[in-house]
Design a protein around this ligand. Structure first.
Ligand SMILES: [Zn+2]
Length: 360
């Protein structure tokens, strides 16, 4: 480190023996007042002068600031960075803690313990329906083990975990290549005429879409909600269970003031239809064939209009096909869907329903 005047000034107060100099100037002995021996007094004064002068000289020579003291103090007592400071490792990336999600900090795979595998119950549709979630919980569908269901106690909790993902994947008018921040998401929900609770009553996604969502959120440094962090853990758990194949993640709300038992049943059944579409290529191919070959052009246009009014992006053809299938064949509650909503009579709707379900 370069030495300059400032270094010297900073070091002196702590090391220079200034106090010794002050003491040396203090009266060291009573001065004799006898007039009998002026010669002795003069001699004493002369002696004092000599001793005093000697002390000053000695201080200057032996006790004053010394270059070697300054150098030593500089190398050991300075706050300045030391030459070996670069050896202290500073992690360039956050270090993931197994089993712990660091909100918005890491996109590393979540490490799951073996015990996590036994806490994902496998239930059939009726058992899932009977489950009343006091807290959000992950299940696996017995009829199709590539389908996972998040059962939320309420629409509010579902929305807090799933709405930002919905906006990215399939909501009309929203970007497909970046994740909305909280303000933009609130704006999107309000512009759709919804609340966070009613943006969707149920959700369905491919695992690969959820992977993309978290990757984009990481890239865009969007702070995730606790619900979204919870979703990330459930998604990682499901991923570990099924291995390296795509799977489906659905979500449903519990019975609450806005959702009665019949609605919950219809939501679950509707989402399970999507689960089959995502995970059974032969069923997806069949659905596409029915859409192309059984539906008329006017009927397809009618469904596109209906789905647009429900907030789905009509530019996404697969979403149009998949949702039409789920509403026609898997939504047994007329409040969510009926023939009148697509300007169709019940007889024709039954024909289309039967066509979709002939794959089972
Ligand atoms: Zn749907």
């Amino acid at each position: 480190m370069p030495e300059g005047p400032d270094d010297t000034v900073r070091i002196i107060p702590a090391h220079a023996p200034v106090g010794q100099g002050v003491h040396a100037l203090s009266p060291a002995a009573p001065i004799a007042g006898s007039a009998r021996s002026r010669g002795i007094l003069v001699a004493l004064i002369l002696l004092l002068v000599v001793v005093l002068g000697g002390s000053i000289t000695a201080w200057v020579i032996f006790a004053g600031p010394r270059p070697e003291t300054t150098a030593a103090a500089t190398s050991t007592g300075s706050w300045s960075p030391q030459p070996n400071a670069a050896a202290i490792a500073v992690p360039a990336e956050p270090i993931g803690i197994p089993g712990v999600v660091q909100a918005g900090l890491s996109n590393a795979p979540v490490q799951r313990s073996l015990s996590s595998r036994v806490i994902v119950p496998v239930l059939d549709e009726q058992s899932l329906l009977a489950h009343a979630a006091p807290i959000a919980r992950l299940f696996r569908l017995r009829e199709n083990p590539l389908v996972f269901i998040l059962d939320f106690p309420s629409l509010d909790e579902q929305g807090a975990a799933m709405n930002r993902l919905a906006a990215l994947v399939e909501k009309a008018g929203q970007p497909r290549d970046r994740v909305l921040d909280d303000a933009a998401l609130a704006r999107a929900i309000s512009e759709a005429g919804d609340t966070a609770a009613t943006y969707y009553y149920g959700h369905n996604y491919r695992a690969s879409d959820i992977d993309r969502f978290f990757a984009l959120a990481w890239r865009d440094r969007v702070t995730l909600t606790p619900g979204e962090e919870w979703l990330r853990l459930q998604h990682a758990t499901a991923r570990e269970l099924v291995g390296d194949v795509d799977f489906a993640v659905l979500s449903i709300p519990g019975v609450e003031r806005r959702v009665d038992a019949s609605m919950r049943a219809a939501i679950l059944h509707h989402e399970i239809g999507h689960g089959h579409f995502f995970t059974r290529p032969s069923f997806a191919a069949h659905v596409n064939r029915v859409w192309r070959e059984v539906f008329t052009e006017a009927e397809r246009a009618s469904f596109r209009r209906f789905l647009s009014s429900e907030g789905y992006d009509a530019q996404l053809e697969e979403v149009m096909v998949n949702e039409t299938m789920a509403f026609v064949a898997f939504t047994p509650d007329r409040r969510f869907f009926n023939a009148g909503m697509v300007a169709m009579d019940d007889g024709r709707l039954q024909v289309l329903r039967a066509a979709f379900l002939s794959a089972f």
